[in-house]
Design a protein around this ligand. Structure first.
Ligand SMILES: NC(=O)c1ccc[n+]([C@@H]2O[C@H](COP(=O)([O-])OP(=O)(O)OC[C@H]3O[C@@H](n4cnc5c(N)ncnc54)[C@H](OP(=O)(O)O)[C@@H]3O)[C@@H](O)[C@H]2O)c1
Length: 293
């Protein structure tokens, strides 16, 4: 398929580009800088210059496409406005394509709020973290749009090795500092390795029914204290027990969006396993952390 990706250099997007190129799809990717264009070219995608903040400059000149996968986010901008304008330009532009394209939209686990012991599914109501509330009207618009065949993926917390959502623990432990956990050690994060998530995007691209949503959770909920302790052991940090910080403190340090680190969540990836044959195989994060370089 001829697939255009937004966010193809990101934590999620880079893995998706790699997976789709490996499966023989032809990739085009939005690049907002020369450095991003070079990375995309190296991954086997054809860069198309442009910024999600100014879609009028590129949306109407896209090549013929079978699908678009949106994984771009600029956490610093007013994303509510950027995203609404992006969709205002992109959806009509895609209507002009010769055949109706698929559009895979990226939501996220932080749209489902604190779940406690309840395991959230695609049927669960949204309780978005305020910093990401802008996603909900846009993903509803994608699912309802007649111009495209809309599909939504809600990634769990995405990691790979010492990267992604594990990066902060790894950095603190490598620096000999006590790793920090928001809230308390027992808080659970739904997890997915970026390679497993990329295979879910590929399956959704190739097989998902229009209008469907999928949770990209390989592990429904994993205590975050165990992740912090695994990094402390791996890098011989002074103290294995993490320091506990408040959601207010992490929001002041990193931004409002970082309150999500303090959510206790469980999410089920069973629908993707059942309907798409998704078979994530990274299921032992502590074992992987023990082996990271
Ligand atoms: N990572 C997770 O654990 C996770 C979990 C659930 C949901 N999500 C959602 O998934 C999406 C992607 O997350 P991520 O972690 O992969 O983000 P990321 O690593 O920060 O990547 C963001 C991507 O968007 C691109 N981008 C940013 N601003 C842009 C702009 N103005 N114009 C064009 N491209 C732009 C970046 O390109 P450059 O190379 O130019 O910077 C990069 O490719 C976000 O919506 C996020 O909320 C992520």
């Amino acid at each position: 398929m001829r697939v255009f990706v937004l966010g193809g250099t990101g934590r999620i997007g880079a893995a998706v580009v790699r997976e789709l190129v490996g499966r023989g799809h032809q990739l085009f990717a939005l690049a907002r800088s020369g450095a991003s264009a070079a990375k995309l070219e190296q991954s086997g995608a054809v860069p198309i210059g442009g910024d999600i903040g100014s879609p009028a400059a590129w949306a109407t000149t896209l090549p013929p496409l079978d699908a678009v996968i949106h994984m771009a986010c600029d956490f610093k901008s007013d994303m509510a406005t950027v995203e609404r304008r992006l969709m205002d330009a992109l959806l009509p532009a895609l209507e002009a394509q010769r055949a109706k394209p698929r559009l895979i939209y990226t939501g996220g686990c932080w749209l489902f709020g604190e779940t406690g012991d309840t395991i959230a599914t695609e049927a669960s109501p949204f309780h978005p973290l305020s910093a990401f509330a802008w996603m909900v009207p846009q993903l509803r618009r994608v699912l309802a749009a007649g111009e495209i065949d809309g599909i939504v993926i809600h990634p769990a917390m995405v990691y790979q090795g010492a990267g992604g959502v594990f990066e902060r623990f790894a950095r603190e432990a490598r620096g000999g500092r006590t790793a920090r956990v928001v809230g308390n050690e027992a808080i659970r994060w739904p997890l997915v390795h970026s390679e497993d998530l990329a295979s879910l995007y590929a399956l959704a691209l190739e097989r998902a029914a229009p209008g469907s949503s999928y949770m990209g959770a390989a592990i429904d909920g994993f205590p975050v204290g165990r992740i912090a302790r695994a990094f402390a052991r791996r890098f011989g940090a002074g103290r294995e027990a993490p320091a506990i910080v408040s959601a207010d403190a992490i929001a002041a340090e990193l931004g409002e969006w970082a309150r999500g680190y303090g959510l206790d969540q469980r999410l089920s990836g069973n629908k993707a396993r059942r309907e798409l044959g998704w078979a994530p195989w990274h299921l032992d994060p502590e074992g992987e952390i023990a082996g990271v370089l």
